[in-house]
Write a new protein. Sequence first.
Lengths: 582, 602
Amino acid sequence: MTTPQQPTQLPTQHSINPELQVQGALSDNERLKADSHHLRGTITTDLKDEITGGFTGDNFLLVRFHGMYQQDDRDIRAERAEQKLEPLHNVMLRARMPGGIITPTQWLAIDKFATEKTMYGSIRLTTRQTFQFHGVFKPNIKPMHQMLNSIGIDSIATAGDVNRNVLCTSNPVESVLHQQAYQWAVKISEHLLPKTRAYAEIWLDEEKVETTETEPVLGDTYLPRKFKTTVVIPPHNDIDVHANDLNFVAIAENGQLIGFNVLVGGGLAMTHGDKGTYPRRAEDFGFIGLEHVLKVAEHVVTVQRDYGDRVNRKNAKTKYTIDRIGVDTFKQEVEARVGVKFQPSRPYEFTHRGDRFGWVEGIDGKHHLTLFIENGRLLNYPGKPLKTGVSEIAKIHQGDFRMTANQNLIIAGVAAADKAQIEAIARAHGLIEDSVTEQRKNSMACVSLPTCPLAMAEAERYLPTLVTHVEGILAKHGVADDHIILRVVGCPNGCGRAMLAEAGLVGRGPGKYNLYLGGNTAGTRIPKLYLDNVAEAEILAALDGLIGRWSVERQSGECFGDFVIRVGVVAEVKVSKTDFHA
Amino acid sequence: MLLASLTAQASPLSAQQVKDLQALVSQLNPIQQAWVSGYLAAAAQFAGQQAGTVAATQVAEASTLTILYASQTGNAKAVANKIKAAAESKGFAVALADIASYKTTALVKEKFLIIVASTYGEGEPPESAVSFHKFLFGKKAPQLPQLQYAVLGLGDSSYEYFCQTAVDFDTKLATLGAKRLHQTALLDVDYDAQASEWQQQALTQFEPLLKAANSAPSAQVIAWPGATDGHHSLYNKQNPLLAELSANQKITGRDSTKDVRHIEISLADSGLTYQPGDALGVYFHNDPALVTAILAATGIAADSKVQFDGAEHTVQQLLTEQLELTQSYPSFVEKYAAATANAALQQLAADKTALREFLAQHQTADVVLQYPGSLSAQQLVDSLRKQQPRLYSIASSQAEVGEEVHLTVGVVRFDNFGQTHLGGASGFLAERLAEGQQVKVFVEHNDNFRLPNHDTPVIMIGPGTGIAPFRAFLQERDNAGATGQNWLFFGNPHFTQDFLYQVELQDYLKRGVLSKLDVAFSRDQAQKVYVQDKLLNKGAEVWSWLEQGAHIYICGDGSKMAKDVHQALLQIAQTHGGLSDEAASDYFEQLRESKRYQKDVY
């Protein structure tokens, strides 16, 4: 089917100040994007190549812009090299699901695909409030996209140097406000999407249209680096604003959304050993009314597009652009492009980040059940057929599902009459276990080994054991019902948001981690390095000592992260650029 | 090449031949030497043409600086690229390669080498360098007196084993006799400036040597034919060579339904040579457990003395080493039934059809175990046939592997009667013979499976272990710099598990040694696809190759595959050549007679 040709839209022109740009030889990724014919590359040729299960040359990176990462089973990489076989190449797909809302019909379709067509047979809920398929072999890639398209899902721009899946606080209770905020998340996602038809041509076999394509917002070489956006509804900070480049903080009056405070320049990725990289909190630019939301989103992106570092990818994210050209310059540039001034920020407060497990009733009288999904991994474990449980619920559920940024799942919009049946299914399949501690519910890990090519150490596979140890330590010191926000990541790129944890482990090598301490419960403080490149025994010994002290020396209501800073275990990171590596 | 430095390893000659040649040449003056060299070159060329092949000729290449990188995150690769650029700007010929794709067998020929190596985790080599590292530290690592090298290490000093991989490479190369031309540098995460400095200093060290090497007259070197005429070899079927198993590597994936082994056997110092297309005969020992079970079932003491081939043996030794216990055959059933006076077996032996069906399901040992009976040790031995060596198509070329021979062995393994059964030779090679232990082998020459001259295109059809001789062909043509195009058809059940030699074939394709590679993975889709289907798909092109003089080869299963492929070829001749049914048959008959259509099927 042919889509009518869009009227040609020229890129928005702005005068660019070369003094604010980084000069030098562009990184190779810039050449790759420029040469890609708007993200097409030669992906279709690679799909026909029967000699390798992987993608070749630039296509390896280009498929990321289509929401996929080429990966392989790292557990058997060396074994296969000995067998004279290439690595077991496959792709991971990350869907675009703004706000993480998915219908039961959609769920049943992705469940079927995961079972029948993926190596691991799992659905992985992720910190980007979406799901991932892991282990899809080349012959199944196109059918996968076509299956998703048939249920109204795509994976455009969920990876690569673009604006990725837009997050939105999972708060079904305040249903009116959430619905308004969620609609903005969808609109922002659509507005910032690449306009190239590459996705439709390559994966959906849509006809090639002779057209002079342009990318009016992202630009023909797209963004300098990945870009992450959220819509957040205080006091919840479940989506972790400070991990994101651009955040819209919902401001409501009388339960109705009236506008947003805009926070710009958060981000957690860093590179071990490179002090020019650091996790950084977002800056508050001020308040805007709803009429300006899309233009502000667009021009925070265009300023970053024009002034982000395209020479050194390690310094290409918005947070470094802000530190290099200055908060005021960045903000003024956005104001000039939008043609409106930011108003003073409206007051708001974040109090917590965790999900509220169990049943809650919304103001619209609907009921919502939040399930704790360890590591976000829905799979049928021996005695705990979690994935089957969710699909059984999907078969009878009249509402929808909400994937949370904490990798959990909400069965949302349940009529009072249906509660008992849904809870019974959940319990029968191990989706509700009353014995799960607060500590476990507030612990999180990224995917890491064996699929993530960046992983240096275990994360998801290690987390359950680590939590058991920490539970033991809490119990030993008589604080078993308390918890610390604990996060483990396999590398310093930030997926599991360890750099906003009270205790964060960041992988260095097999069995070795850096331990960072001093985040807070609200997620408004970056933790600081406490132990460098250590194994489990040292980490547990340190936590044992510090949790022991916390249990007796803490002030009323003082969280672990606040405690370690007050007593001087680590210094507070106030300004990342100067304090983080100090 | 100076004769004094000529070794068996660096030439196609055996150690004895090297000695003889050195002895002869030492008596000749320079003029005589020049005459002999010309005479031999011409003679070799003539002999090669007579045999339907032309001796490999190569122009000696200018001395090259090889740069290898062992990269985990891309840093070492980037540094290696910079060194390459700097070296090229000095006018050096540079070969840059990922250490993962570097052929370790080429190391003995390298003269100038730079390695840039990162280190992974706690001192392990990066995954791309595991094989190379293993090779250097393994027992097959050659002496490298010809090599001059420099190593640059990249690492992170916060790890305990900082730059360990670079240290390993440096010390091991030195141990193997190579000369360190520039001090190894171990650089931390902020390596940029120091890497540039090291690069400049290292290249300064290489510069005069590379220049000197390249200013020497580049004489045309006549390479020796791929192998000497092994018919005169000391070793044969009657007198096999006791050779050492040097590698036994499974080359199907962990989830494969097949167990295929890549076997490497050392021919070091034996003088035994072979040509691509030849087969290797392998003698084997039967499974000792099977021997014990047979003796128990027949009530024979293991140390019973028996006569065989005019000598006395214990029955146990004879059953293990010399008699056929796996491949079944009618005469055993007849003799054993008579010796044990087993009526049921005698009745079975009398019905030829029933016996054939029975034998298809039973190994020789199964007969004894299912029909235990009493007979003397001598009667048992007299019932059994002498073991026949198994022939495996050789999967290597000596131009590539020197004094080694490689096989591609499909392990026969099946469950029957509640027992796991293994093939005699494949079970021995795959499961019972440890690396370093010895196996009796000989070369079975096959002049009916030979490469044409170097500029003739070839089409190779080798599904499953049928790929073996084509690996040898590709090695041979690669090393000879043959210009003829090469097209391989391969098939097996599953792409992810059964793509034999996948990484090597990908490399051949990338380097243009393989012009085309078509694969049929029969069970990856609902509709089964085989090599003959792929041939038919490419029928027009196959026909065009044949019309341009291509030779066509089939190796593998003869009962079904080779017949189906032949039918596909006939169909192609009809469809694309416009030949009648009969003319198509004649066409391939003519190809066969002119040795353009050759089969090695089993």
